[in-house]
Write a protein that binds this ligand. Structure first.
Ligand SMILES: Cc1cc2nc3c(=O)[nH]c(=O)nc-3n(C[C@H](O)[C@H](O)[C@H](O)COP(=O)(O)O)c2cc1C
Length: 318
């Protein structure tokens, strides 16, 4: 596969990024993705700085290829995580959920490549001003926390391509090479896949959470908590309770205390399907099995090549 701005930037074989995901993407998943030619990301959002250090060391031992760490900037440990990343000279950092100017300069001074996750044009421009090397344009189909504007990937990617000069990584609703090719046509140079990897063999998520992704149907996920921190999750018992509180006009402080701490750990890591927060994307309805990271990467590349060929063969202008 020919190199493009993202595969060259990260020095990877395929422009496929495995999204950093709390409770799913530790060293096992990240190193398996990097070994298969993509870019694996350790999701630091569910880790203490000491645990992150352990994962970085194990990831380095498990792959010779580049890998990175995702740091959600609103998390209390963000600064300590950045220090840990610099201590171990991790080559790539993906920041999300916060102000991109917080650590970008420091990371770049230490020769780290920085990508920032955005869900609208305003933050894309902010991230460009802050000096990041690439943007992840994440549509609201994506699993986990995302934009309250509810902009779909199809609408978001061309808007970001028009608004900035940075290479774009498309995220949200990507299952196989057909959606990858569509993202490219809209202006992206690479893809970031989350939910499909969350259900993978190497994901550290609970088996019951993986089975919920596999059995999910169309309409089973929804963006909720727009007043607080918008998140797309499976519509379980917790979701119904939340919607009930929201429909009664419950204040965001009360919603916060209702959610409490550790809801996603409960759902994703401990497999509490009733009371846990089951973050997953709308693409869950297309995911039908647990695969290894290598199988996912191979399938993405094969279906991308097939989709390209079939588009050329079907070109109505030819
Ligand atoms: C369980 C789960 C946890 C996630 N945690 C994070 C996170 O900690 N930081 C982040 O930037 N994105 C997080 N995401 C978003 C993913 O990195 C990725 O951008 C998104 O899942 C892509 O959309 P898709 O789910 O449609 O593939 C999470 C997604 C899921 C499903």
């Amino acid at each position: 596969m020919a190199h493009n701005p993202i595969s060259t930037l990260f020095n990877i074989q395929f422009p496929i990024i495995q999204g950093g995901m709390v409770w799913c993407s530790g060293w096992k998943l990240a190193s398996a993705v990097s070994n298969a030619g993509g870019l694996g990301l350790i999701g630091s959002g569910s880790m203490s700085p000491e645990l992150l250090e352990e994962h970085i060391i194990k990831c380095k031992a498990a792959t010779q290829n580049p890998f990175g760490v995702n740091v959600p900037l609103l998390y209390p440990n963000a600064e300590a995580h950045i220090e840990m990343i610099l201590k171990h000279r991790v080559p790539v950092v993906f920041t999300s959920a916060g102000n991109p100017s917080l650590f970008t300069k420091k990371l770049k001074e230490n020769r780290c490549i920085v990508a920032h996750v955005i869900a609208n044009t305003k933050f894309a421009r902010k991230a460009e001003e802050a000096g990041v090397d690439a943007l992840v344009a994440e549509g609201f189909e994506a699993g986990g926390h995302n934009g309250k504007e509810e902009t779909t990937s199809f609408c978001l990617i061309p808007q970001i391509a028009a608004a900035t000069n940075l290479p774009i990584i498309a995220a949200g609703g990507i299952y196989d090479g057909r959606s990858w090719l569509a993202a490219e046509a809209l202006g992206a140079s690479a893809i970031q896949v989350g939910t499909r990897f969350a259900a993978s063999t190497e994901s550290s998520a609970h088996i019951k959470y993986k089975q919920t992704i596999i059995s999910a149907k169309e309409g089973d996920t929804q963006l909720t908590l727009k007043q607080l921190t918008p998140v797309r999750m499976f519509k379980n018992n917790l979701y119904e309770k939340l919607e009930d509180l929201i429909s009664k006009g419950t204040h965001s402080d009360e919603l916060k205390s209702f959610m409490g701490k550790g809801r996603s750990k409960k759902g994703v890591f401990e497999g509490d399907l009733m009371e846990g927060e089951l973050e997953m994307g709308a693409i869950s309805s297309q995911i039908t099995k647990t695969e290894s990271a290598k199988e996912i990467i191979t399938n993405l590349v094969e279906t991308y090549q097939m989709a390209r060929k079939s588009l050329i063969n079907n070109d109505f202008l030819s």
